[in-house]
Write a protein that binds this ligand. Sequence first.
Ligand code: CP
Length: 303
Amino acid sequence: MHTKNLISITDFSKEDYLRIMKLAADFERNPNQNLLEGKVVASLFFEPSTRTRLSFETAINRLGGRIVGFSDSSSSSVTKGETLHDTTRMVSNYVDLIVMRHPLEGSARYASQISDVPVINAGDGANQHPTQTLLDMYSIIKTQGRLDNINIFMVGDLKYGRTVHSLLQALSVFEKPIFNFIAPPELAMPVEYKRFLDNKGIRYFEHTEFNDIISEADIIYMTRVQKERFTDPIEYEKVKNVYILRNNMLDNTKSTMKILHPLPRVNEIHPDVDSNPKAYYFTQALNGVYTRQAIISHIMGLK
Ligand code: CP
């Protein structure tokens, strides 16, 4: 029986985070390592994905493992009414590790309780996206040289954006983070995450407008308004273009500041930002391959 899953970022300790950062740096230097030879990994994506699925599959290939699974649950027996319970139980008989994305909050935790093999949460609804968080942390440590004392501006859909929820929890274990939340009231950071920071005595500030305060940022973390989580399309239309980051807004920001975005973007970062050296989101996505190699190695005890 396995001992480790990665369902919530809080399943891992600070020591785990730092070990994964070191392993990711090792995989970046030397990506092709046959540590998964003879192992089969299931990639179960019940919800669309480009980066998470393809970077996991690249990571598994670079580790010498094999992949089974689906990228569209309409090609699986879910369409015949098979439950997540039965799908998980069956697949865990076939493979050594399950990577799963699902639209329902709590689905990955539920699957991990059924599975005989480790489960990695590749995103469960608006809840958690822990592997994204680890690649975000790897991107921060690579560009800032530290995870302590980071002043981070989280911008956009802080209500439904699972990546900001996981990242907030992860950065809270490091020294003196400062969080600045920029969101319209409808998409504000949920109260449970603000209470989490309050209980730890961590400073945060809420804003509804971009303003000169971004000159203090080490990281600006942009997010997409999560259209798929809205029940009312009119509500989505009201907020979909609420913040658009443009190149001329970056003039007074720190020279070391980097812009992260989990991607995909829609309109929230204008393409004129892409050529600015402060734009880091495409490299951030590449960092996902090394970080996911590190996560798999850590969970499977390969290193
Ligand atoms: N960042 C992220 O989760 O992207 P995908 O939805 O393309 O996997």
